[in-house]
Design a protein around this ligand. Structure first.
Ligand SMILES: Cc1cc2nc3c(=O)[nH]c(=O)nc-3n(C[C@H](O)[C@H](O)[C@H](O)COP(=O)(O)OP(=O)(O)OC[C@H]3O[C@@H](n4cnc5c(N)ncnc54)[C@H](O)[C@@H]3O)c2cc1C
Length: 512
């Protein structure tokens, strides 16, 4: 009884980021029905479903804090939900299926997609029945689909905390600072458990009838990023525990890996600035530089490190990220003093997602920009030539780009990339400014090839018994890019639904 109380407070405190991690006393063995590796969005959803099903459940979390990337998600995807029906959002499973399949040129796992789409509305109901609250359905895009179900307070941490409390109240265990290290596989190739280690280095053998891998992908593993992603410098936004452990275990167990080159692209971020200093609600958090991130995001001139314009700057996040990948993953926003004044006096027209409201007047531009200059990601110069020198661009190329932009602005016609003319701005009146950006990802989305029950498959299509892969450890949904602007919130939805649905399958698997 005392032990249960300790566990509950450890995980709940961990969710709040202030826990002293729970350490088990010495090498030991546990026998459970379901062992879940990773206590993020997918892991706690699987844990919730597992304790509801009456399974003896343990969740292992590598960090001292639970939640992973799930603490950062703002909203989750569904189609045909109660909230969408109430608001007359005109999409249904069939329409969405065709739209997504077309976007990915039918190079993705259609069966898994369809099975998941059909369940997403029921999963919203399931979350609501478990006390998760939504603020409504939104889209961050002008012509978006309104698939993004926003969590109360704009943060998925509300789901993480709520589920963690309920899991422990129902007898499930969440062991923080206890990374899984390998799978136990019997001579028939069936997965029968997990070997983990706690903070004190004690080995923990967990014998389990089913194992669910939910370690959140590999965005924080620089070697894997270099090996698989198109831009080796991709930095990861959010939780640091996502180092590809689960994917490596799945591969060792014989799973085929798919979509390993794709990420949930977060666009250009201030180069070298830690996530916490630039990502967060304007004015409310420590995200000091979120307005500079918003300035970088505005649909004005962007150029490659050589000084060439490379895309329509109004493109959705995944398209502008693709274009930036093509030029090496880094780019600059370049503007003149008139645009600076416009941002200060008239505001940042597009804001930055839920963090900077559209139209926010950038009144502290000069102060923040000056700090950016000192930190080396902002540049100011009296001439285009000097700006090119400071940023390392080719002066002639940058001058040519600027001249062309000025001509197109005068003509009110972008005959290069056909951006809406309302976003054309001259770069004529000094001083001139540049902000350096580099690509970040919210999460990687490649992983084990899974069937519609989230069972990983070998390259010859055989199921690996006793094993499930969910969330960012399960691939198959994306061909060459994430599909944010037609299906906002799919990454977390794939994880949460994977948690619920893999346990549905475990119920039948364990009966056999
Ligand atoms: C800034 C940001 C904003 C986002 N916004 C959205 C959004 O609005 N909508 C959306 O759909 N998605 C969003 N995402 C993505 C979303 O967070 C992920 O899709 C989701 O969290 C994936 O769930 P998961 O369970 O696969 O991984 P995670 O939630 O990342 O959880 C994985 C967990 O596994 C742990 N782990 C790793 N290795 C081990 C190991 N060996 N042993 C034990 N534990 C281990 C990690 O520490 C982590 O806690 C966002 C992500 C970020 C970073």
């Amino acid at each position: 009884m005392q032990r249960r109380t300790m566990l509950l407070s450890a995980a709940v405190m961990a969710a709040l980021g202030s826990a002293s991690p729970l350490a088990l006393a010495a090498d030991q063995t546990m026998n459970v029905d379901v062992c879940i590796v990773g206590a993020g969005a997918g892991g706690v959803s699987a844990g919730m479903a597992s304790v509801d099903a009456g399974f003896k459940t343990v969740i292992l979390e590598k960090l001292g804090v639970i939640g992973g990337g799930g603490n950062y998600m703002e909203g989750t995807f569904a189609v045909g939900s109660r909230l969408q029906l109430k608001d007359n959002v005109g999409i249904n499973v069939e329409k969405q299926f065709k739209r997504v399949m077309d976007f990915h040129h039918w190079r993705i796992n259609g069966k898994a997609l369809n099975n998941w789409l059909k369940q997403t509305a029921a999963t919203i109901d399931w979350m609501e029945q478990h006390g998760i609250k939504f603020e409504g359905v939104h889209t961050a895009f002008i012509d978006g689909n309104r698939t993004w179900h926003m969590f109360e307070g704009g943060h998925g941490s509300s789901l993480i905390k709520n589920f963690a409390q309920k899991i422990e109240a129902k007898g499930g265990q969440i062991l923080t600072s206890t990374p899984a290290q390998s799978l136990i596989i019997d001579k028939n190739g069936t997965v029968t458990g997990v070997i983990a280690k706690n903070e004190d280095g004690d080995k923990i053998t967990i014998n389990a009838k089913a194992v669910i891998i939910a370690t959140g992908g590999f965005s924080c593993n620089p070697e894997m990023v270099k090996k698989y992603l198109p831009y080796a410098g991709y930095e990861s936004a959010g939780s640091p525990g996502r180092t590809g452990d689960g994917i490596q275990m799945l591969e060792k167990a014989g799973a085929e890996l798919v979509n390993m080159n794709v990420t949930m692209q977060a666009g250009l971020w201030l180069k070298g600035v830690p996530t916490g200093l630039q990502f967060g609600k304007d004015g409310l958090t420590g995200a000091t530089y979120v307005r500079l991130l918003a300035a970088l995001f505005q649909p004005y001139l962007k150029v490659s490190p050589k000084g060439d314009r490379f895309a329509d700057e109004t493109l959705p996040l995944e398209y502008i990220s693709n274009a930036a990948e093509e030029i090496g993953g880094e780019a600059f926003a370049v503007f003149d003093d008139n645009t600076r004044k416009e941002m200060i006096n008239e505001g940042l027209p597009r804001g930055y997602f839920g963090m900077v409201a559209p139209g926010t007047k950038f009144t502290n531009f000069d102060k923040l920009f000056e700090e950016g200059v000192k930190k080396g990601f902002c540049y100011k110069a009296n001439s285009i030539k000097e700006l090119a020198k400071k940023t390392g661009m080719d002066p002639q190329r940058l001058q040519k780009t600027v001249d062309r932009m000025n001509q197109m602005t005068k003509n009110q016609k972008d005959d290069e990339f056909y951006k809406d003319s309302q976003w054309l701005r001259e770069v004529k009146k000094g001083p001139f400014y540049a902000i350096k950006g580099s690509l970040r990802t919210y999460a990687t989305v490649g992983g084990a090839n899974v069937n519609e029950y989230f069972q990983p498959l070998t390259p010859d299509g055989k199921v690996i018994k006793g094993l499930y892969a969910i969330g960012q450890d399960a691939g198959g949904l994306y061909s060459d890019s994430y599909d944010m602007h037609i299906a906002e919130g799919t990454a977390s939805s794939w994880a949460i639904n994977g948690g619920r649905l893999s346990v549905e399958h475990i119920k039948t698997y364990l009966k056999k």
